[in-house]
Design a protein around this ligand. Structure first.
Ligand SMILES: [Zn+2]
Length: 329
């Protein structure tokens, strides 16, 4: 089938979905659309417009999605999902959050409690040193700084819109391939800009959960906690021993905070390797979450599950259509 035909076919399918949803005829459309999905949310904020972080959604949109999921599908905990406690003839859904933003605590938790929806929170444990992630730091300083050029690792980057570029590569992409020891050198370059940003009322865009907030989530029977590494580096591009440290340190820190065994892990950016998967199971992780399966070992491993990432740039109708399809392609 030609690419052109696939596109036409797909646009027709999306339009049909939108019309059915608008006419409240979903039950006919969803017939025979059974299955299981684990969803990934990131940050939640009050603003309808996504200015700084490409993965955030608004509180109102979040509530609309949750309302829709509870009305039409069977939403279960991650534990029940792994135990295959599925209902027949419907879509079974588990909800996860990545990164450990304080905005999850502030905005998502009250909504999840209102609808009695279970969720699992994957926490990045760097919050003990810095209460922000390096990628959000880059997004925000790139947006606000008056600097037009910066030098990092001997390379000059020029500001272009809200990014810093060198030879067509963004600073954020370059940093993604480094370990945190290297990444954090960028903090001194933008030290003054970051001080200014912290004075602005923008905490919802960067602040990670406090220790008390993590403990409070852990104590709530509706919710559970897992690890999302220590510094949110790409575990596949940093040396293997450092990647293993990232995983084990985060497990140790969360176990200290929650006083329990932490048995779930989600790979930052979804990047994983078979060696790291085997390491995760060897240190006691029993539920290992990816975004897509990129290896046969990953796909056939009983501990791993792929996830479906919520897209902040599409309508609720299209989001549901893609969710039912199980992919964006
Ligand atoms: Zn993440």
């Amino acid at each position: 089938m030609s690419k052109y035909w696939i596109k036409i076919n797909y646009l027709f399918w999306l339009t049909l979905h939108t019309v059915f949803i608008k006419l409240k005829l979903q039950k006919h459309l969803f017939k025979n659309r059974y299955g299981e999905r684990i969803l990934v949310f990131h940050g939640i904020n009050q603003n309808e417009k996504n200015i700084f972080n490409s993965k955030f959604i608004s509180v109102s949109y979040f509530e609309k999605i949750i309302q829709y999921l509870t009305t039409h599908f069977n939403v279960i905990s991650l534990d029940d999902f792994y135990d295959k406690k599925f209902k027949k003839n419907t879509l079974n859904i588990a909800i996860t959050f990545d990164d450990g933003y304080a905005n999850n605590y502030k905005y998502a938790i009250p909504i999840l409690e209102k609808y009695e929806i279970p969720a699992h929170f994957f926490i990045t444990t760097i919050h003990q040193n810095n209460d922000y992630l390096w990628a959000d730091f880059i997004d925000l300083v790139s947006y606000f700084t008056s600097k037009t050029k910066i030098i990092f690792d001997g390379i000059t980057y020029t500001k272009s819109k809200n990014d810093f570029l060198s030879n067509g590569m963004t600073l954020k992409t370059v940093l993604k391939s480094h370990s945190f020891d290297k990444i954090k050198e960028i903090y001194t370059v933008f030290e003054e800009d970051w001080k200014d940003i912290q004075q602005k009322d923008l905490n919802d865009y960067w602040q990670l959960m406090s220790l008390e907030q993590i403990q409070s989530i852990h104590k709530n029977a509706l919710f559970s906690i897992g690890s999302h590494s220590h510094t949110h580096s790409n575990l596949c591009t940093i040396p293997l021993d450092e990647a293993k440290k990232e995983i084990v340190i985060s497990k140790f820190i969360l176990e200290e905070i929650c006083k329990t065994n932490i048995k779930t892990f989600a790979f930052p950016f979804g990047y994983y390797s078979d060696e790291l998967l085997a390491y995760c199971t060897s240190i006691g992780f029993e539920k290992i979450l990816l975004v897509d399966y990129t290896t046969t070992y990953g796909k056939n491993n009983p501990y791993t599950q792929s996830r479906f990432v919520i897209n902040p740039y599409i309508s609720l109708e299209n989001q549901i259509a893609f969710l039912l399809k199980g992919s964006y392609f």
